[in-house]
Write a protein that binds this ligand. Structure first.
Ligand SMILES: [Zn+2]
Ligand SMILES: [Zn+2]
Length: 345
């Protein structure tokens, strides 16, 4: 089969690899129908995640059709259409029993990271019963690719941890796909004001069509000043960090209201300063989290009913074998006006 293979920082090749086989009886092999590229994959390609070794097939999002199952898989059979979760869960360990699948002792986030992933014609999914979700006939499979990672991530790490509530004023720092997923799913809770902050005017304009009430281009305006003027000097009830940079996290510290929440989603490679000299008395909470994907079945229902329209996040389409070109487009997101790219086999 063909797959996108990481060969060290900056080196990726669409090349021939052996088709995966069942290793454990709890595995399934899935033929990829649609997959996508994540911001995390760009970090891997830059060499930011040194755990990813030469020869690894990357990618952790997609939908497909079951090609083969091990004898211990009971929920799925050959021919079933499935959503692949970015989180692998054994369903049996202490963390899985707490629904903290992200820290599964035998899984968690391993796909396209510690084991071969989805940017390929076929992928082996361990613990298939717990790590795949069924797709009913007639569902829009392209929209469901957004359920592999970005929707549960934006919702669980941003909206749920940030305790977004009716009437709140929230700020989402970063309007990439994850920030947009937080924007879409925050509206389950009817916040009164949703302020999107980014340095890309196109993404900010798009966020307005997705429900943002205010936008701030932090490269052109003083974000703190503008937020204080929008909130009578109080700040926001929830500040969602969807970038993973020192400046954006510290911005959240400056704009959070007394009693508010800072919900971090971003993957941080560097330390940030925690300004306890101003925050110690402010009754705030700060949360961090890796997505558990425990809300995927719930989010699936909202997509099926049309309440949530994740298809809006898709800006570009490619054939799976054009993936190197798709990386160029996604890697130049501002110039290309890209959010999510879909690759179809
Ligand atoms: Zn992802
Ligand atoms: Zn587990």
């Amino acid at each position: 089969m063909k797959a996108l293979v990481y060969h060290g920082p900056g080196k990726k090749i669409w090349e021939e690899k052996p088709k995966p086989t069942i290793k454990e009886q709890t595995d399934a092999v899935v033929k990829i129908l649609k997959t996508t590229i994540c911001g995390t994959d760009l970090h891997i390609m830059k060499g930011d995640l040194p755990e990813v070794t030469d020869g690894r097939i990357i990618g952790h999002e997609g939908v497909g059709i079951i090609d083969e199952v091990g004898s211990a898989v009971s929920n799925f059979k050959k021919g079933d259409h499935v959503i692949i979760s970015c989180i692998t869960s054994c369903g049996k360990c202490e963390y899985c029993k707490k629904a903290m699948y992200s820290h599964c002792e035998k899984g968690g986030w391993i796909l396209g990271y510690l084991i071969d992933g989805c940017q390929a014609e076929y992928v082996r999914i361990p613990y298939a019963d717990n790590s795949l979700y069924p797709i009913p006939a007639g569902a829009d499979e392209e929209a469901l690719v957004m359920l592999s990672d970005i929707l549960p991530t934006g919702f669980e790490c941003g909206v749920l941890n940030g305790k977004v509530s009716p009437g709140d004023t929230i700020a989402i720092v970063g309007s990439g796909p994850i920030g947009m997923a937080a924007l879409l799913t925050s509206q389950f809770y009817s916040p009164a004001n949703i302020i999107m902050i980014d340095q890309d005017d196109n993404r900010l304009a798009v966020s307005k069509t997705f429900g943002a009430t205010h936008t701030i281009n932090s490269a052109k305006e003083d974000a703190v000043e503008k937020i204080m003027s929008l909130t009578n000097g109080k700040g926001v009830d929830t500040a969602i960090e969807a970038v993973g940079a020192t400046a954006t996290f510290e911005l959240c510290e400056e704009i959070v209201a007394a009693g508010g929440h800072i919900a971090n989603i971003g993957v941080h490679g560097k330390s940030v300063t925690l300004h306890m000299e101003t925050l110690w008395s402010r009754n705030i909470t700060i949360t961090t989290r890796l997505v558990d994907a425990s809300t995927t079945p719930m989010l699936f229902k909202t997509v099926q009913s049309g309440k949530l329209e994740p298809k809006k996040l898709i800006t570009h389409h490619f054939k799976l074998d054009e993936i190197v070109k798709a990386y160029d487009t996604f890697g130049n997101a501002a110039k290309e006006k890209a959010l999510k790219v879909i690759l179809t086999s």
